[in-house]
Design a protein around this ligand. Structure first.
Ligand code: PMT
Length: 396
């Protein structure tokens, strides 16, 4: 396997030296590209010694162009990993800028590209960085991390580059099989918004990240994917049919009218269980000390999908703050599901709006735990489990 490691300028660049060592130990051939600022953190000589190849640093180097220019390097690579990927590099890549060797190789690449972001937690959470990374993801780039924890700047939070061992494992793992080839998959994602009046609504903390990651993973696995999305701030995945909705009633209509034309339904959306019984036509005025809002139960989309005469393989989620297994198993049988993926919510790690998540997956005859990892990786694991269970059900 030919791995092209592109190092941009962050303190985590030192970890990439270990990544080269691990990749070579596993038998990969490694070539390294460095940006100018990366060279301020680690010397090219370090990467040259570890990779056994000259390090590429200049876009317009006459010798290098004769030997291995950006096009040849892009062609040589089976996989490209940008580690660390700084906020600046992610911004450039997401906008198609190509003013140095790293960015030019990215544009010329046709192989799978991975990025391992590394930056201060506030920079990571800045909306513009999130927009940039989401745009890259929507264009098929796979993210590895970032992880959570103490940062070189003294702060704590998301933004730590993933550990070299994890990056190595993800890069050299078997390419995801086309386990959903010729299948049609319908996925719901994000929150719903239940209006109270023309300016207010009730909603929840779902960001849509889990459902969008599932849509990308299903697409990668060869499926034709329809994504019914509540209001989120994520870029729509390329090559996925996205239906935007706002309320639980709209999501119900969008899902139920399409479900029977799909082989698999995955309900990852956090659908409101209750909606205001009446929507006030005018803004509710501030008058009394207390107001009472009457809420009406919404229709259970997932349970209704499972009751359709030509039901797809039906997968639910369970988001719980306590007694995860008991409630998940109750939903699996109560809603007559084929499989349920249960996650903790309201904790420090995982669940709503987090970059990472962990799942306990149950089906009528078994169970499996998927450990805490970034949502794109988790989604790939869940999709392959769903494909396996679905095949087994169809051949039973
Ligand atoms: O979006 P993220 O920020 O990435 O967060 C991901 C997530 C935590 C939202 C996701 O992993 C998750 O758990 N989604 C389901 C959330 C939820 O509403 O769980 P629940 O236990 O309340 O509902 C159980 C199942 O019934 C879910 O599949 C839900 O989609 C479905 N449901 C619920 C109510 C309703 N009226 N209709 C439904 O279809």
């Amino acid at each position: 396997m030919h791995i092209l490691l592109a190092v941009s300028g962050g303190i985590a660049a030192y970890k990439s030296a270990e990544l080269v060592r691990l990749l070579r130990k596993k038998g990969a051939a490694v070539r390294v590209v460095m940006t100018r600022s990366a060279m301020q953190f680690v010397s090219p000589l370090t990467f040259q010694a570890l990779s056994g190849n000259p390090v590429h640093t200049e876009l317009l180097d006459a010798d290098a162009e004769n030997a291995m220019g950006h096009i040849s390097l892009a062609r040589w690579a089976d996989r490209i990993i940008i580690a660390p990927a700084t906020a600046d590099t992610i911004a450039k890549l997401s906008h198609g800028l190509a003013d140095d060797l790293l960015t030019t190789i990215y544009l010329a690449a046709t192989c799978p590209v991975y990025v391992a972001p590394a930056m201060n937690q506030a920079m990571w959470h800045k909306p513009v960085t999130q927009e940039n990374i989401n745009r890259l993801i929507a264009h098929g780039v796979t993210t590895i991390g970032p992880g959570q924890g103490d940062q070189a700047c003294g702060e704590t939070g998301y933004g730590r580059m993933s550990e070299p061992a994890e990056i190595c494992e993800r890069l050299l793992g078997r390419p995801s099989e086309q386990c959903l080839r010729n299948r049609k998959v319908l996925i719901s994602a994000g929150p719903t918004r239940e209006p109270l009046d023309p300016v207010r609504y009730i909603t929840n903390r779902s960001s849509g990240k889990m459902g969008y990651a599932l849509a990308r993973a299903a697409l990668k696995a060869g499926a034709r994917v329809t994504l019914v999305s509540g209001p989120v701030a994520l870029a729509p995945p390329v090559n996925v049919d996205v239906i935007n909705v706002e309320t639980a009633a709209q999501m119900h209509e969008a899902v139920i009218s399409r479900a029977e034309a799909h082989d698999i339904y995955i309900g990852a959306a956090a659908v409101a269980d209750y909606t205001p019984a009446e929507v006030q036509p005018e803004k509710i005025k501030k008058q009394d000390e207390q107001v009472t809002i009457l809420l009406q139960k919404t229709r259970d989309i997932l349970a209704e999908v499972a009751q359709l005469p030509n039901r797809p393989f039906t997968v639910g989620f369970a988001a719980e703050t306590h007694e995860l297994e008991t409630y998940a198993l109750g939903k699996l049988t109560g809603k007559n599901l084929d499989l349920i993926a249960a996650n903790w919510v309201g904790r420090d790690q995982g669940g709503f709006d987090s970059e990472q998540n962990a799942l306990r997956v149950f089906w009528p005859t078994g169970r499996q735990t998927l450990a805490m990892t970034d949502k794109s990786h988790l989604a790939e694991q869940l999709i392959s489990l769903i494909a396996k269970r679905c095949d087994e059900k169809n051949t039973a």
